[in-house]
Design a protein around this ligand. Structure first.
Ligand code: NAD
Ligand code: IPM
Ligand code: MN
Length: 361
């Protein structure tokens, strides 16, 4: 029996609704498999916690998380009540940094049963590998007064180590997929970081002669996501470019509500963190209508990382069966609520297992 201890941080807004849905799906998968079990430990950290305690998590929160196999997080943010730069830097970004989750993997794939807003999309299957620890998100800079002018200076930090690590990961993934890596750059306009990023990309690409490497400026690449996403395989991007591209990836899949993500500590020195691309969606929170598929697909990424790719395939398959049944939340143009979608996914997980879809590891 493999027992996985998972730290659960539902967080804020719809995080509190979609996390239990995905946990139900994973518990069903574990029950069917028989050889694995999840031990969930819930942490009530987030904006409510902040309003009571003045911090987003306790002082020893990071140390507490280190003792778990993985972390399963919903979303963070209560704009209006807690400033975003306070809530996000005190929880989500802090965990990413301190647990060295330096790579953020975000698939954007047209699922069976999904309707893309693109007019005539060909099948696309993109894997965005986002550098997750530095770049434009570096906490370097400040608000200053200079020559009587008030200004903010924000520096981006690009280390060879982190850039190379993200790129190597991208090439390794491409070797298991369609053999193509596209780098998002902006070296025509940004003087230092992007020419450096390009140099590192060129060097890393030479280590993988069997993989086709291409580089596109981020503005053109954003247009490719809309005009011809089917030509893209793996995309490697800096922290901010990857952030923006993956909401776009969600949009072309049909909704950001289904987009999954994995913050990986690839060296496995600390737990990785699995949380969807979307945020706490205050506009629909508490109504039971949020799409749980982003969190459920994210749970598939956790299964994959734990070495249970076959179980992950069952979860993704059950999601597609549910979409094929047209059991969809409002963001997908449907009338089902979160509970109905979750229940249907669980039914399909069971049906797939009964049909003898092999479960071997
Ligand atoms: P958001 O992703 O929360 O919402 C954007 C839009 O997408 C909204 O209209 C929302 O209703 C919709 N949406 C998102 N997820 C959905 C789902 N599962 N089902 C149906 N519709 C869904 O982005 P935002 O409005 O920019 O941010 C809201 C808060 O979340 C902010 O505080 C922001 O900083 C935070 N945020 C957190 C994370 C995270 O914790 N990983 C990610 C993004 C934003
Ligand atoms: C994401 C989010 C975060 C990011 C925010 C909330 C800090 O947008 O996970 O995509 O920019 O990384
Ligand atoms: Mn984002």
């Amino acid at each position: 029996m493999n027992l996985y201890s998972i730290a659960v941080i539902p967080g804020d807004g719809i995080g509190i609704e979609v996390v239990p849905a995905a946990i139900q799906v994973l518990d069903t998968v574990a029950e069917i498999h028989g050889g694995i079990r999840f031990d969930w430990t819930h942490f009530p950290w987030g904006c409510e916690y902040y309003l009571q305690h003045g911090t987003m998590m306790p002082q020893d929160g990071i140390d507490t998380l280190k003792s778990f196999h993985q972390i399963f997080l919903g979303a963070v943010g209560m704009p209006g009540l807690v400033p975003d730069h306070v809530s996000l830097s005190g929880l989500l970004l802090k965990i990413r940094r301190e647990l060295e989750q330096t790579i953020n993997v975000r698939p954007a794939k047209l699922l069976h049963g999904m309707k893309s807003p693109l007019a005539a999309p060909q099948d696309f299957d993109i894997l965005v590998v986002r550098e997750n620890s530095e770049g434009e998100y570096a906490e370097v800079g400040g608000r200053v007064h200079r020559n009587g002018e008030e200004m903010a200076i924000q520096s981006a930090v690009f280390t060879r180590k982190a850039s190379e690590r993200a790129m190597r990961y991208a090439f390794t993934q491409a070797a298991k997929r369609r053999g193509h890596v596209t780098s998002a750059t902006k070296s025509n306009g940004i003087a230092y970081s992007m020419p450096f990023w390009d140099d590192v990309f060129r060097e890393v690409s030479q280590l993988y002669p069997d993989i086709q490497a291409a580089s596109n400026h981020i503005d053109a690449l954003a247009a490719f996501f809309v005009m011809k996403p089917h030509v893209l395989d793996v995309v490697v991007a800096s922290n901010l470019f990857g952030d923006i591209l993956t909401d776009l990836g969600g949009a072309i899949m049909g909704s950001i509500g289904i987009a999954p993500a994995a913050n990986l500590n690839v060296e496995r020195t600390y737990p990785s963190m699995f949380e969807p691309v979307h945020g706490s969606a205050p506009d629909i929170a508490g109504k039971g209508i949020a799409n749980p598929l982003g969190q459920i697909w994210t749970s598939k990424l956790m299964l994959d990382f734990l070495g249970h790719e076959d179980l992950g395939e069952i979860v993704l398959g059950a999601m597609e069966d549910t979409l094929d049944d047209n059991v969809k939340t409002a963001d997908l143009g449907g009338t089902a609520n979160l509970k109905e979608v979750t229940e249907r996914v669980i039914e399909h997980v069971k049906l797939r297992a009964e049909k003898g879809v092999s479960i071997t590891n």
